[in-house]
Design a protein around this ligand. Structure first.
Ligand SMILES: [Zn+2]
Length: 101
């Protein structure tokens, strides 16, 4: 129950190819958000559902603002686990470029 509201970051598929500028996807409260834009000190993410206008503003990995409403179902726990599991797989596949800045 307590994990439902946790904020999780995953790299989007697009980001994997170009890891230095990888944009993260954020999963919060069972909804997925994709990176939209950087503000002064924070980043804006919008719901990955194209018909949905919900958004969150994240600063230092903490959600400081959320807006809009979701008109669709959030992820089930098993879907969420699959996404996280896929992330683990991707990490293994990534080349050792972690030192590039
Ligand atoms: Zn949504």
């Amino acid at each position: 129950m307590s994990s439902e509201n946790s904020l999780t970051f995953v790299l989007s598929n697009r980001g994997i190819k170009n890891s230095s500028t990888a944009h993260q996807k954020a999963i919060y409260d069972g909804y997925q958000y994709r990176f939209k834009e950087n503000n002064k000190n924070s980043s804006r993410y919008i719901c990955t559902n194209t018909e949905c206008y919900a958004c969150i503003t994240i600063k230092d990995n903490v959600i400081i603002k959320s807006c809009g409403q979701h008109y669709h179902q959030n992820l089930t726990e098993s879907q969420f686990k699959i996404i996280k599991a896929k992330q683990e797989l991707k990490k293994d596949v990534l080349p050792n470029k972690s030192k590039t800045l």
